[in-house]
Ligand binder design. Structure first.
Ligand code: MLT
Length: 404
């Protein structure tokens, strides 16, 4: 008899957002008359913008003619997109990142789940607590974690870095030395941002201690404050210790069409092993490239019109974020996030657990959010609302919460 990868069997329950979707579906089935407002998963609701749609249409037309038809995309991405990204996302911010260090993919979620393949099974990971579940779960699947303690919610052999009200949800440097450090800023789920000098400390720590930082910058477009870095490569020395993951989902609304990229600088070496070459090898073997039409849509995000339209989307969602943040504060809630992030992180009222508040909101207000404890033990007593709904629904959700 064959054997399965038993690491999968260690994973408790289902993926957080699948659990929530099942609970909401059951509630909707039992209460067909209720209009549910979904501010749970960070999925966008606004349509793709006209410049993106125009680029898609034109690329689809190219596929209809033998002269312009494209088959397999280059597995690392088309040069037109990688060069544009290098110029617009990095050179324009003074970061030294080259087109051939950019790997175009089908999104940040796959990259953040797959990147751990580059590292030995004995490597110890450090994650923020609370944390985007993909970082931990993908390492569990790979056997890089020990056992799960249901009583504490922690895995053995994982270094957890608490993100609390006391530290402004920005973790302190770990006391034990990890090999791989996952950081996400602006943060999912807390909405916290990191200052440039704080991030520089992480980069210095990684270089001094032989660690690699996996920097998830999927929410970079939401940064509104000056001293918040858009890329880890704004820090000196990051080329030799950091991988950065980016997404077109949250800025341009590509959640349903999929496009992202990962930067692996050529200076990132472990002895003689080049992580860049290893990731290239992986891409070549396991991936046939993001679709041409999506890469053309990605390129359109950087034209003047494209940029303007995307800024419009971000402003739209940030108006929701401000509305939810101010509204909750006005009702007496303790609220965080929402300034450099589309996520609002609130303290549950009256000592309710995160899941109690989830049920309470769903049943009494028909509003869906995400329980903070689903992201880790330090998320207990917190709750995440997203600004990715419509303005009307953001207002309506607030009114329903106010009337509880
Ligand atoms: C979230 O709600 O945390 C995000 O939608 C997850 C994701 O982007 O994969």
């Amino acid at each position: 008899m064959y054997k399965v990868n038993e690491n999968y069997l260690k994973l408790p329950g289902s993926y957080l957002f699948s659990t929530i979707a099942k609970k909401v579906a059951a509630f909707a089935e039992a209460n067909p008359d209720k209009k549910i407002i979904r501010l749970g998963i960070g999925d966008v609701t606004q349509p793709l913008t006209p410049p993106i749609i125009a680029a898609l249409h034109s690329a689809v037309d190219e596929m209809a003619s033998a002269e312009t038809f494209r088959g397999y995309a280059p597995d690392l991405g088309y040069a037109f997109l990688r060069e544009t990204i290098a110029r617009e996302d990095f050179a324009a911010r003074g970061c030294e990142i080259y087109a051939d260090e950019i790997f175009v993919s089908d999104g940040a979620k796959s990259d953040s789940g797959n990147i751990q393949e580059l590292f030995d099974g004995s490597c110890r990971i450090a994650v923020c607590d609370p944390v985007y579940p993909v970082y931990v779960d993908s390492n569990v699947m790979a056997g890089r974690t020990g056992t799960y303690d249901a009583a504490t919610g922690y895995w053995s052999d994982v270094i957890y870095m608490p993100c609390t009200e006391a530290n402004g949800f920005v973790a302190e440097l770990p006391k034990e030395r990890p090999d791989i450090i996952y950081l996400c800023f602006p943060n999912n789920p807390t909405g916290a941002a990191i200052r440039r000098d704080e991030l520089q400390r992480w980069v210095d720590y990684a270089n001094e201690n032989g660690c690699v930082i996996i920097y998830d910058a999927a929410y970079e477009a939401y940064i509104s404050e000056e001293n918040v870095p858009h890329s880890v490569y704004e820090c000196e020395g990051a080329r030799s210790c950091a991988i950065e993951i980016r997404s077109f989902s949250k800025n341009a609304g590509f959640t349903g069409v999929r496009l992202g990229y990962t930067v692996v600088p050529k200076d990132l070496k472990c002895g003689n092993a080049s992580l860049h070459d290893m990731w290239a090898r992986r891409h070549g073997t396991k991936y046939n490239g993001a679709p041409y039409i999506m890469q053309k849509a990605g390129e359109a995000c950087y034209t003047e019109e494209g940029r303007k339209s995307i800024r419009g989307l971000v402003e739209f969602y940030m108006k929701n974020a401000r509305t939810i943040y101010d509204g909750l504060k006005d009702m007496g809630y303790t609220v965080y996030g929402g300034v450099n992030s589309p996520y609002i992180w609130l303290k549950t009222p009256d000592g309710m657990t995160s899941w109690e508040f989830f049920d309470y909101l769903l049943e009494r207000a028909n509003v869906v959010g995400t329980p903070g404890s689903g992201f880790g033990p330090n998320g207990e007593g917190f709750f995440r609302l997203t600004a990715f709904g419509s303005y009307e629904n953001s207002l309506a959700a607030l009114e329903r919460i106010r009337s509880l």
